[in-house]
Design a protein around this ligand. Structure first.
Ligand SMILES: Nc1ncnc2c1ncn2[C@@H]1O[C@H](COP(=O)(O)OP(=O)(O)O)[C@@H](O)[C@H]1O
Ligand SMILES: [Mg+2]
Length: 242
């Protein structure tokens, strides 16, 4: 079944076309990867889907419903959760409270939210950190907290924006295993932006490549990685960085 469909989506900021005619489909239960050089428009696309930006043009369908222009809290309630690129956990809140914020998307009851947060913390091995402040914990654990908060909204579709950025190779391996495990246990569909190539290549069934606001390739990871226009887009980035 098709869970998410984006049709001819455009997002412009003044003169900048951050997303230009993006169409894609994500099937239920699959893992879709999204890659592309910095500034390609990946995060903007996630923001449009998750209701943080209103697309300039185009449509977003989820579970058969047209959700174009829905605000983020409503998008969360229909079953889309996302983590934010580079975003830290919420400061001055314990780990448990951070996770409860996710649960409040579906309940107003504090005890119900706490119960759900505890269940998710168990799943992500965060139980003994429940009363800690996230900012005092290692970054790899902070990423698990962000994951927990997203999961606490009980999503069908989990969208992760560079969840492995800044982690060392061992930590990347660990979070990859964790994501695979929760995907099975929670029967999730995944849509992942990742700069770490090994990460995206080992987990995704299909990869979409964006460059300069456009979708330039889509297919199985091994195949996409060999396409000349994809290699060119990444070479361009390396040259730009000097
Ligand atoms: N809120 C915004 N206001 C203005 N320009 C933005 C905004 N968000 C993103 N952009 C621009 O859109 C382009 C794509 O950015 P982004 O989606 O963050 O790319 P990526 O995630 O692929 O690195 C960039 O040129 C960026 O400056
Ligand atoms: Mg980004």
């Amino acid at each position: 079944m098709r869970l998410l469909e984006v049709k001819h989506l455009f997002k412009e900021f003044g003169g900048v076309v951050a997303n230009s005619d993006i169409s894609l489909e994500v099937e239920e239960g699959m893992t879709m990867g999204l890659i592309g050089p910095n500034g390609a428009g990946k995060t903007t696309l996630f923001n449009c889907i998750a209701g943080y930006y209103r697309p300039t043009r185009g449509k977003i369908l989820f579970d058969g419903k047209d959700i174009t222009g829905w605000p983020s809290h409503q998008v969360a309630r229909i079953g889309i959760a996302r983590t934010f690129q580079g975003m830290k956990t919420l400061p001055n809140m314990t780990v448990e409270e951070n996770v409860m914020v996710g649960a409040f998307c579906r309940t107003k009851n504090r005890e119900v939210a706490r119960g759900e947060a505890q269940e998710i913390m168990e799943l992500l091995n965060l139980r003994e950190k429940a009363q800690s402040l996230p900012t005092e914990l290692p970054i790899a654990i902070q990423r698990r907290i962000e994951l927990a908060r997203a999961l606490a909204t009980k999503p069908k579709l989990l969208m992760l924006d560079e969840i492995a950025a800044g982690l060392n190779p061992l930590e990347i391996k660990e979070i990859l295993q964790t994501i695979k495990r929760i995907k099975e246990e929670r029967r999730l569909t995944l849509f992942l932006i990742e700069h770490v190539m090994e990460f995206i290549m080992t987990i995704s069934e299909t990869v979409i490549v964006m460059a300069a606001g456009r979708k330039i390739a889509e297919g199985p990871p091994e195949k996409v990685a060999r396409e000349p226009k994809v290699i060119e887009a990444y070479l361009g980035e390396k040259y730009a960085k000097g």
